[in-house]
Design a protein around this ligand. Structure first.
Ligand code: ADP
Length: 243
C-alpha cells in the first residue's frame, strides 16, 4: 500500500514557470510523515532528478514563503544538504487555490491503536455522531469504522498526538497507514476490507493555515491538501544543481 491515495480529479497538466528559492526562506506549516520523507529521499537520490516543483505562497510582510505543497521535498532536500528548490509561487488567497484535508486511515488492530492513543493522554469514546462533530470542528478527530465510531475530543494539540501515534505505529509495522484525499474513497476501501478505520477532521481555512506559520507553529502531518486548477507539469532539474 502507498503512503497516500490521491483523488482522481480531472485537472489539466500545465507547463509552469518556476524559480529557484532558497530552502532557508521556506516555512513549513505541517509536521512530517517519516515514511514519506524516506520515500522522497530514496526517489530523488536514486534518479538524481527533481521533477516536482514546490508550491509556495509569499508570507505577507515577510521575506519568507509558506510551503503550500512540498514539505517532504523541502525536508528531504535540507537533509541532503541542498540549498534551493525549483518552486512555483502561488497567489494563495485567490479562489483558484482550494484547501482540503487528508484523512489518515489504517489497517490493523483497533484495540492496539486505542491503547496507544489513551496512553498518550487522549480520550476516545464511542459516539454515533462523531463524524458530524468532527465536521463541525467540535472535536479533534472522529475515528470511523464499518460499524463503530469514536470521538476524540480536543483540537490541534490532540490532532498532533494522533498523528504522532499513527506515524510511530506505522514505522514499527503495527499498522498500515494510508492518507486519503477523500473520505468517500476511504469508506469505499473500508467496505472492500482494504482498511479498517479512518480518522475524520475538518480542513482548516487559508487564514488558519497562514496564521500559525507567522508564529512558527505547525499543524500535524497532512492536515492540508491544496488543490489548484492545474497540475504543474513535470520538470527536469538535476539534484546536483540544487546544491
Ligand atoms: P507534502 O505533500 O506533505 O507537502 P511532499 O509533496 O513534498 O509533501 O511529498 C513528497 C512528494 O515528493 C510526493 O508528492 C512525490 O510525488 C514527490 N517526489 C518523489 N520523488 C520525487 C523527485 N525525484 N523529485 C521531485 N519530487 C518527488
Amino acid at each position: 500500500m502507498g503512503v497516500e491515495k490521491v483523488p482522481k480529479y480531472d485537472i489539466p497538466v500545465k507547463k509552469v514557470e518556476y524559480v529557484f528559492i532558497e530552502l532557508e526562506k521556506m516555512k513549513p506549516h505541517e509536521q512530517l510523515v517519516q515514511k514519506e520523507l524516506e520515500a522522497f529521499i530514496k526517489s530523488v537520490t536514486g534518479s538524481g532528478i527533481f521533477w516536482k516543483p514546490m508550491l509556495l505562497a509569499k508570507v505577507p510582510g515577510e521575506d519568507m514563503y509558506l510551503i503550500v505543497d512540498g514539505h517532504h521535498r523541502w525536508a528531504g532536500l535540507m537533509k541532503l544538504g541542498a540549498k534551493k528548490a525549483p518552486s512555483v509561487i502561488l497567489d494563495y488567497f485567490s479562489d483558484d487555490v482550494k484547501v482540503y484535508t487528508w484523512y489518515p486511515a489504517f489497517k490493523g488492530d483497533l484495540d492496539r491503536v486505542l491503547k496507544r492513543l489513551k496512553k498518550e493522554g487522549l480520550t476516545v469514546e464511542e459516539c454515533e455522531n462523531a463524524e458530524e462533530l468532527a465536521e463541525n470542528e467540535e472535536i479533534a478527530f472522529a475515528l470511523v469504522g464499518k460499524d463503530k465510531a469514536f470521538k476524540i475530543p480536543g483540537g490541534l494539540k490532540e490532532q498532533k498526538i494522533v498523528s504522532k501515534v499513527l506515524d510511530e505505529m506505522s514505522v514499527e509495522g503495527e499498522i498500515e497507514l494510508i492518507y486519503y484525499g477523500l473520505k468517500e474513497d476511504a469508506k469505499e476501501d473500508m467496505d472492500k476490507g482494504e482498511i479498517d478505520y479512518v480518522f475524520i477532521r475538518k480542513a482548516p481555512s487559508k487564514e488558519e493555515v497562514m496564521e500559525p506559520v507567522k508564529k512558527g507553529e505547525v499543524f500535524s502531518p497532512k492536515t492540508t491538501r491544496h488543490v489548484l486548477p492545474f497540475i504543474p507539469d513535470k520538470i527536469d532539474v538535476k539534484l546536483e544543481d540544487l546544491f
